[in-house]
Design a protein around this ligand. Structure first.
Ligand code: BG6
Ligand code: MG
Length: 229
């Protein structure tokens, strides 16, 4: 792995939520799949990759590309409401057990060296997910789909998070599983750690299959304090 500079001086970490901290990306897929099947629209995991990080309505637009029928704005609203109802039903049993491997250990290590932490998510369900998984008390700032007007790949969510943390973009590291999120972070002028689905994105500064793997490969002096582990 290549690093731009030996000392990166990262002072804050902004985490995406779905697919980075919690495996809710799978629930998004299941809820969209059910809706697409009902409408007779072809939808698979390949197309689903394009929905990572983008808003609910933009996700529906991607799915409807495969349909010959034209839907009115009102019909689209009903469809997104329906998907969200299903998605929220799938979130019912969500608990701290659904937090992804390495997340708590990574956060604890960042806390120990006083790195500020924020959530930067496109989801309007972020507050519910953070509460159900007991992650809500761990972050200094939460910016989610309720506070932004432009979804990733627009950088708004990350710029707002950095501003509320009181840090410059260049002092922030974003953790993302979506190509749209990687793009948003780069446009914001931030460093990016890609996990999971985005790990093969050639534009990122760090890549790992998950946070456990990343903790094992953190270069010395990347963060404000010399020792993260
Ligand atoms: C992102 C997900 O975090 O949130 C997307 O990666 C999702 O798949 C988006 O469409 C909006 O989520 P919600 O919960 O507001 O429908
Ligand atoms: Mg995500």
């Amino acid at each position: 792995m290549q690093f731009e500079k030996p000392k990166m001086n990262i002072k804050a970490v902004i985490f995406d939520l779905d697919g980075v901290l919690v495996n809710t990306d799978e629930f998004h897929y299941q809820a969209w799949k059910e809706l697409a099947d009902e409408l007779g629209i072809p939808f698979d995991r390949n197309i689903n990759e394009r929905l990572r990080g983008v808003s609910r309505m933009e996700s529906l637009e991607v799915i409807l590309e495969q349909s010959a029928k034209n839907f009115t704005q009102q019909e689209k609203m009903l469809l997104t409401d329906k998907k969200n109802e299903r998605y929220r039903a799938l979130l019912n049993d969500l608990s701290a057990d659904d937090v992804l491997p390495g997340v708590i250990s990574f956060i604890n290590n960042l806390n120990r060296i006083n790195i500020k932490m924020a959530i930067g998510s496109s989801s309007k369900n972020a507050p519910l997910i953070l509460e159900k998984t007991s992650l809500d008390s761990l972050f200094d700032v939460v910016i989610d789909g309720n506070q932004i007007s432009r979804s990733k790949p627009h950088p708004e969510v990350f710029l707002k998070a950095a501003q509320q943390l009181g840090e410059k973009p260049e002092a922030c590291l974003v953790v993302e599983d979506a190509d749209a999120g990687v793009e948003a972070a780069l446009r914001a002028g931030m460093r990016v750690l890609a996990v999971g689905a985005a790990a093969s994105n050639p534009k990122v500064h760090f890549a790992a299959s998950n946070l456990i793997e990343f903790i094992g490969q953190i270069p010395k002096n990347s963060f404000k304090s010399k020792h993260i582990i």
